[in-house]
Ligand binder design. Structure first.
Ligand code: NDP
Length: 491
């Protein structure tokens, strides 16, 4: 068993309380690493180290030099991508093929935001007052708390760290208790890349302990969070007490809409990729499949044929297509939702139970599951399951598709399958979602903004605008007049 330490102020440290907890491999169900159980004292040390680095060595670096450190870090991640991917796959049970793809792509965020670091510019405002010069400065916020979930640990951390650091902030990062191991390996690379001590700190432990201590710490200026909506709401409320800035990415119940003019074979692949890729444990899962009634039965035949071929098994095997559920509580939750759907009268046409195939070993596996005859009011059509469970809803008209698709509290993403450009553009406008994919699904890039409408979140990650969420604008006034006018009236 590997025993880890936390990265605080450039040093690897034991938790102040002297306690560790076990991280389990979801495929074997066995503990394989010991993770420090940090507490409020560790958080306080980490935030102070981040604050000192913010005011000291990080601020002293020019923006170009800051960007160069980020790009160096990107190079190191690229060199270590396969090793990091294997750690992630062991710790959270996601497919090695998926994690390798993510890790090989992550450097792009550090290159892109590293490149932006010295392009953060203020404005000169042609102010309406004679003899007065007014300009703006874009300044970092200070210490950013990054809180990340277990499903894509390093990628979701990267979406926060790269823009936060490029903007000149320092970071205290708390990964999920279920997937902390890859964070320690990332931490070693931060040191190698030349980040001054304290610029990036890693504290581990339980959300209710260190997560809260971090969000409420007076020296934390901003919280960047990805996770469940209930936790996100709680974090938002805590942050509000300190008037802290927040970015929240809180999952969804995304609609994947298939029209009868679609390329059916591609749409079938899109439906599978929407829900069974990553074992459905992704915020952008296309968990509601809306199929036009005219093609419903034909489409379902093809979908079932493809879904039945999904190979379950060891996530470290390149041939595996559906891996285990990452955590025991999540496994219970997914099975619970399957029972809820059955109780609500949805028809289970595939799966619908725990997977006990030999190749699933001792892991927490759930059979790829499809329910048809789902109606929009059912819980299975409204609540995020975060597992390989698809709800199929039939519709007749475009208007009805839009109404059903928008009829949830969430608004993270949506998919549309059609060969009509007019329909594609109309749908892209009418769907209430931060991302709309037309004839594709689950595409992300460091260049394109990602985030939620409605209860799916606040703010955007990736793309040019993401860096704005880590900056604040200052207005500077210089009076060049010789005389100060009447001091009793507003200037
Ligand atoms: P959470 O929202 O509970 O966890 C996300 C992060 O927040 C973790 O680092 C967690 O720490 C931390 N956290 C938990 N409680 C607090 C708190 N009180 N204050 C500050 N931080 C806290 O997600 P879970 O991992 O428990 O998953 C629950 C559900 O969330 C899933 O079933 C799924 O529906 C959804 N989810 C959505 C994701 C998305 O990408 N949008 C990703 C993951 C989950 P710790 O791990 O120690 O609890």
């Amino acid at each position: 068993m590997q025993k880890h330490q936390m990265l605080i102020g450039g040093q690897w440290r034991d938790p102040a309380g002297g306690q560790w907890f076990a991280s389990e491999n979801p495929f074997t169900g066995q503990a394989w690493a010991e993770v420090p159980r940090g507490g409020a004292e560790d958080v306080d040390r980490a935030v102070k180290a981040a604050w000192d680095a913010f005011r000291g060595p990080w601020r002293a670096l020019s923006a170009s030099a800051r960007g160069a450190v980020l790009r160096r870090f990107g190079d190191l991640v690229a060199e270590n991508a396969d090793r990091l991917a294997e750690l992630e796959s062991r710790d959270n049970g996601k497919l090695i093929t998926e994690m390798r793809g993510q890790l090989r792509y992550i450097p792009q965020w550090f290159y892109y935001f590293g490149g932006l670091a010295d392009k953060i510019e203020g404005r000169v405002i042609p102010i309406d007052k004679p003899g007065v010069f007014n300009f703006t400065r874009e300044e970092p916020l200070g210490v950013v708390a990054a809180i990340t979930p277990w499903n894509s640990p390093l990628m979701l951390a990267t979406w926060k760290l790269a823009p936060a650091l490029a903007a000149g902030n320092t970071v205290v990062w708390k990964p999920s208790e279920f997937s902390s191991v890859s964070a320690f390996a990332f931490g070693e690379l931060f040191e190698q890349a030349g980040f001054p001590p304290g610029v990036v700190n890693i504290v581990t432990g339980f959300g209710s302990e260190i997560g809260e201590a971090l969000v409420t710490h007076p020296k934390v200026a901003k919280v960047a969070f990805t996770g469940g909506d209930a936790t996100g709401q709680h974090v938002y409320e805590l942050a509000a007490r300190g008037i802290k800035k927040v970015t929240l990415e809180l999952g969804g119940k995304s609609a994947n809409v298939v029209f009868d003019d679609a390329d059916i074979d591609n749409a079938v692949k899109g439906a599978v990729s929407g829900i069974f890729a990553a074992t459905g444990q992704t915020c952008i899962a296309g968990s509601r499949l809306l199929v036009q009634r005219t093609i419903h039965d034909r489409f379902m035949d093809k979908l079932l044929t493809l879904a039945r071929t999904a190979r379950m098994g060891d996530p470290l095997d390149d041939a595996t297509q559906v891996g285990p559920i990452t955590t025991r509580p999540q496994y219970d939750k997914v099975l619970g939702y399957i029972e809820i759907a059955k109780g609500e009268g949805a028809q289970c046409v595939l799966g619908g139970a725990a997977a006990t195939r030999r190749e699933c070993g001792e892991g927490w596996f759930v059979e790829p599951t499809i329910f048809t005859g789902v109606t929009p009011a059912m819980r299975i059509a409204q609540e995020e399951v975060f597992g390989p469970v698809l709800s199929v809803i039939a519709f007749d008209t475009d208007d009805e598709a839009v109404e059903i698709a928008n009829d949830t509290l969430f608004g993270l993403a949506a998919g549309v399958w059609t060969t009509s450009i007019k329909r594609a553009l109309r749908m892209s406008e009418r769907l209430e979602a931060g991302t709309v994919w037309i004839n594709t699904y689950r595409a992300v890039s460091y260049m394109s903004p990602f985030g939620g409408y409605k209860r799916s979140g606040l703010g955007r990650e990736s793309g040019l605008t993401a860096i704005r969420d880590y900056l604040q604008e200052k207005s500077v006034w210089i009076d060049t007049n010789d005389d100060v006018p009447n001091p009793f009236v507003m200037r």
